[in-house]
Design a protein around this ligand. Structure first.
Ligand code: F6R
Length: 588
């Protein structure tokens, strides 16, 4: 989603801003822009499309001398992705970049129009710039404080005032950090933007205003100075990172064995480092997209083996429901970024009700990591491809260990999953090394328009992720269906050559799924079986190593990830940045 980078220092900002925007590309965007400032003027350059298009435009422009600037990648919310709607937005004395959504923008816009204001763009951001300009009294902090009392919604703002050689920033419900250099300082929507220049940063908290000079930073809230902790990131660099792979997506899939080993290590040495779930009567798993599908796998394991009641809910629905909690409810939030707006809202709702919240999260400094009552971190490292792969596998991995520990503590299982889990990275590597087999399957389906994934119980949960991965990167329409449900309507779509992936790993229900596979086969479907035992008689088949049920999905989903990748590649799709998608969905 939108990205912000800002710079003040001894150098011309161009290089830092362009580099920062490139590092933010992974978040997803459809236009970009920069503003450079000196004592006399502000120069703004914007472009629709990729950051390289903006860079070309910048390189073809005569740039003003400057040592302060802000830049932005925009993922359209209010108004189409046009140059006029791209940020920065300048109104009179004020130039800003903005992430988030101003919820009362329409109302404020009407009021301002009645006062005679003429707007150039369709954006909520221009409304904020207009208000800042309207209330500007020569004191930036007072002005910002006044305006943030008027606007409702979410915002991370980078702000320049014409008559001040200072960079200002503030935020609410949308992340923003202040990066600390030697003779220069930065603002950024995430550390990726500034990682080539510094590893030191401060997290800006809700309502704080940063006043940033080249060699000093003041943070104020409600008129008072705030002492900030300086944090050091261990992320090294975002570039040259494809390590010889064509795309981040495949590179990140190939990293799965290593990050799985790293994530599992402390827990395999001592399972009691994981939270004790036996004390809860009911668990709600709340997340979005793939993270939610990881939750479905977790719920399947917790219910089946640990006798625990679990509800899984999409965060954008959960947050608006009348949820009935009791004092033995646990809410598990799953999020790679830890900044997904709907998941944050669901967490805050549970926190306000005094319910325990457990975050399974990748980014340790994220809002969800900081505001949840318990955390289990996955060690995915930066995930650049918009479609999640390695983070999803680790989310499933943690949920599998949690389900096993709960079942074991309740004395409901006596198998040794820990020992088998130690061998899992090796088995996973074997699965990933069969790229030719996945390419063969991809070649048989990449020209199709519709594809089904079917399975029962945990195999249905796996199907949902397989289907999402395929459609989001290849743009082929696909659906996941409970195998037994097909004949209640959907089977009418099946005709000759219609691809159906059947996921069959659950021994207890295997024969039932095979009967459903027969139903589609007899209607001409091209059947592709993904299983953990040979099942003969169908068009194509992948057999993954068989392992205990807690860990089995971790050997199956990567097959579907790689098939999705190969299909998208054969269709020449923009694999790492599929159209319309954003990596970190920081708006509702
Ligand atoms: C799909 C995908 C998304 C995310 C979802 C949640 O490949 O990446 O569905 O899983 O947007 O994001 P996080 O985990 O950051 O909360």
């Amino acid at each position: 989603m939108c990205g912000i980078i800002g710079y003040i220092g001894k150098n011309h900002p161009k290089e830092v801003l362009v580099k920062g925007l490139k590092n933010l590309e992974y978040r997803g965007y459809d236009s970009a822009g920069i503003a450079l400032k000196n004592k006399e003027e502000v120069q703004i350059i914007k472009s629709v499309g990729k950051v390289v298009d903006l860079e070309t435009k910048i390189n073809n422009s005569k740039l003003i001398d400057s040592n302060i600037g802000i830049a932005h990648t925009r993922w359209a919310t209010h108004g189409k992705p046009t140059e006029v709607n791209a940020h920065p937005h300048q109104v009179g004395n004020v130039t800003i970049v903005h992430n988030g959504i101003i919820e009362n923008a329409l109302e404020l816009r009407e009021e301002l129009i009645n006062e005679g204001v003429k707007f150039n763009s369709d954006t909520d951001t221009e409304v904020v710039a207009t208000l800042l300009n309207k209330y500007y009294d020569g004191n930036p902090i007072n002005t910002i404080e006044k305006v943030i009392r008027i606007v409702k919604g979410s915002y991370a703002l980078g702000i320049l005032f014409n008559d001040k050689d200072v960079l200002y920033a503030t935020r609410k419900d949308s992340p923003l950090i202040v990066g600390i250099g030697d003779d220069d300082n930065f603002i950024a929507s995430d550390i990726a933007a500034i990682i080539n220049y510094t590893n030191k940063y401060m997290l800006l908290e809700e309502g704080e205003i940063a006043e940033i000079y080249s060699n000093s930073i003041n943070i104020v809230k409600d008129g008072n100075e705030v002492e900030k902790e300086i944090l050091i990131t261990n992320i090294s660099s975002m570039d040259n990172d494809k390590c010889g792979y064509d795309h981040y997506m495949v590179k990140e899939i190939m990293e799965e064995p290593v990050v799985l080993e790293k994530t599992f290590k402390p827990y395999l040495d001592n399972l009691d480092l994981l939270p004790d779930l036996t004390k809860y009567e009911e668990i709600h798993i709340v997340a979005c997209g793939s993270a939610m599908y990881a939750g479905v796998i977790g719920s399947s394991l917790l219910e089946e083996y640990a006798n625990t009641r679990v509800y899984v809910e999409v965060a954008s629905e959960y947050r608006y429901k009348n949820i009935i909690y009791n004092n033995k409810t646990l809410v598990i939030l799953i999020s790679q970024s830890g900044e997904t707006a709907d998941t944050i809202a669901a967490m805050r709702m549970a926190n306000e009700k005094g319910v325990d919240t457990l975050a399974i999260v990748n980014v340790k400094t994220s809002t969800i990591a900081r505001e949840s009552s318990m955390q289990v971190f996955i060690e995915a490292g930066p995930e650049i491809a918009v479609a999640t792969t390695k983070a999803y596998i680790l989310q499933v991995g943690i949920l599998s260990l949690l389900a096993y520990k709960t079942a074991y503590d309740k004395k409901l299982v006596d198998i040794d999953v820990v020992e088998e889990a130690r061998g899992l990275p090796r088995l996973l590597k074997e699965v990933l090394d069969r790229r030719d087999d996945y390419l063969k399957i991809a070649k048989s389906i990449y020209e199709k328009e519709d594809i089904f994934f079917i399975g029962r119980k945990i195999d249905y949960a796996i199907s949902m992720e397989g289907s999402l991965k395929l459609k989001e990167v290849s743009y082929i329409h696909s659906e996941a269906y409970q195998a037994g449900e097909l004949k209640h309507g959907t089977i009418s779509l099946i005709n000759d050559g219609y691809p159906v992936f059947a996921i069959i790993t659950d021994d207890k229900i295997k024969d039932k799924t095979i009967s459903n596979v027969e139903e589609v086969k007899s209607r001409g479907a091209l059947v592709i079986i993904i299983s953990n035992e040979e099942i003969k008689g169908y068009d194509l088949e992948i057999v993954v190593p068989k392992i205990n049920s807690f860990l089995q999905p971790i050997l199956v989903v990567p097959v579907l990830q790689l098939i999705a990748y190969e299909v998208a590649k054969l269709r020449n799709c923009d694999i790492d940045k599929p159209k319309n998608l954003a990596k970190s969905v920081t708006v509702e």
